[in-house]
Ligand binder design. Sequence first.
Ligand code: SF4
Length: 158
Amino acid sequence: MSRTKINVDKEELINIIANLEKNRVFTNLSSLYEEVCKTGWAEKFNGKLTPSVVGLRVREFNIEPQTKPGKIGGGKGSKRKNKIVNFSKTFNYLKDNVPERYLARVKRASKGSIRAIIDLKCLDCTCYQNNEVKNCECVGCPLFPVRPFQSTSYKVEK
Ligand code: SF4
């Protein structure tokens, strides 16, 4: 079923955004678009004007709000980085026990890279034999779909 496009008047949207930004500072575009949907002007769309639609129209009309986009993912990366410094024992152990060619992954893991952590777990699981990781057949392992060294042509039979 095709969706009906919600027709928004460009000038009206520009004015609504300008008025909102005149009276308040928004921390990111999502909160600005949410506020647009709460205005009296938005009522005429009978609840069909959502923040996503506002965002789409803003881009379509090349409107440039004063509000800047927030950080994608809410800065989770830096939160993880702060948390992971408490695990220096783990990473010191790995530094002393992981084959040299994988030390770069240990370094990235110690800085919070989940990708590197997954890679190291699979390598640990196979005594650091990357071919074994590549040819792993443990389809029930939660890391199986994201294990490193996968052949791009590999397909799991249904
Ligand atoms: S995906 Fe395979 S290699 Fe990686 S942890 Fe699981 S069983 Fe081990």
